[in-house]
Design a protein around this ligand. Sequence first.
Ligand code: SAH
Ligand code: SF4
Ligand code: F3S
Length: 455
Amino acid sequence: MERMRVRSARYREANGAPPRAFVLTFGCQQNEADSEKLSGMAQAMGYTLCDRPDEADLIVVNTCAIREHAEKKALSTVGQYKHLKARRPGMIIAVCGCMTSQAHRLEELKHRYPYVDLVFGTSAVERFPELLDGHLTQGRRLFVPLEEQPPMAEGCPVCRSSSYRAWVSVMYGCNNFCSYCIVPYVRGRERSRSREAILGEVRGLVQSGYRDITLLGQNVNSYGRDAGGSCGFPGLLAELDRIPGDYHLRFMTSHPKDASRELIDVMASSAHVAHQFHLPLQSGSDEILRRMNRRYTAAQYLETVAYMRERMPDVTLSSDIIVGFPGETEADFEATLDMLRRVRFDLLYSFIYSPRKGTPAAAMEHQIPRAVQQERFDRLLALQKQIGQEINNNLLGRPLRVLCDGVSKSNPSLYSGRTEGNKIAFFEGSPADVGQFVTFEAARADAFALYGHKR
Ligand code: SAH
Ligand code: SF4
Ligand code: F3S
């Protein structure tokens, strides 16, 4: 930190006014959490954060690689910054995250985007000040590839984007190697933070008034299996739950092969853990699940759900589905639809399979034509829409606890918030509600949101 302040003093001297930084984030909550660190470090170095790239002295693009579309968006955004840099040659452009953690993308940025100054992988996030300093002092472009087992960094400054909702990473990386997924290649091996560090962070957040805290990891159930943690995830959750205060704890993501009864028991008997579970199914066909390397069957998944509902009848259940995995037959897809009918998810995140370079599935035979994928995707969405609508209709007229987020972006005449089950609620609110729990009653619902009033 001391070194950062020294540097920031130098920036101020050079420019007169504090320089401005713009941080743009693609991808999942892990990336959001990394960007909060990047913003925190930029502030500690003397930058003021801004929300327009054309006003920035430093642009950081934190990229995602989960599907082709995510990479295309990131690359086209970086492409658009070429003319900004031409207008302001002193501007620094940094690109980081999951996309740049792949060697071929690092090379591509090096050779085809000569105006990009700094490129680094997910393992170097905490080294951002040192890398920026290196670029400034040496005056040359820097490229830092992914390190699979970087040392655990604690104490990084964080600039949180909300004062009542927070992300807390409990572990990094993934060892599961689902055959379609790029994450294990771009986030390295599993590394758990120490229990003490996590407890300290969550305690601090609760004391500062945070009301909704989401524990993050690619598979939180792996927490503590490496050397870092001294207890498993259910133990960690139980210990966090003892922190007194008015707040909700959530976690994501939990892999169905490891979602244990012990974890469900801790949730059911906890004071603060929201009765909400995101449990990615991916497919309802055992043969596809096997080729996805998911290591559970549809029947095992149903058993987990049955136990969850037995212990928590009010649990909200969401899932991820991949449509059109290589070799998916009409019967395989029907098995997925069948699982939707049996489980009846509250919410579904559905994706068309996207081949990722270097993953086993990308080399599999019988890739499914785009038109077939799209047709199945549309059928999946239509079925889920009907189920989601029916489930939400059952919530009408009941009191629900909602954490208010403020004026809705999509409907500025209303306020929006999230229920304990993480459903979106719209209502007439006031500025005093923001960041507070309100009691809400839904009068109308669609498949994705509830509309109503405060009680
Ligand atoms: N660790 C989490 C998932 C992270 S990725 C888990 O295991 O649940 C989020 C979702 O993106 C996945 O659940 C999957 O449904 C989807 N996804 C991952 N790779 C994909 C690919 N190559 N094509 C399409 N969807 C993909
Ligand atoms: Fe990807 Fe599977 Fe790891 Fe999730 S558990 S991040 S889907 S490899
Ligand atoms: Fe997340 Fe995308 Fe990386 S989904 S882990 S930011 S590949």
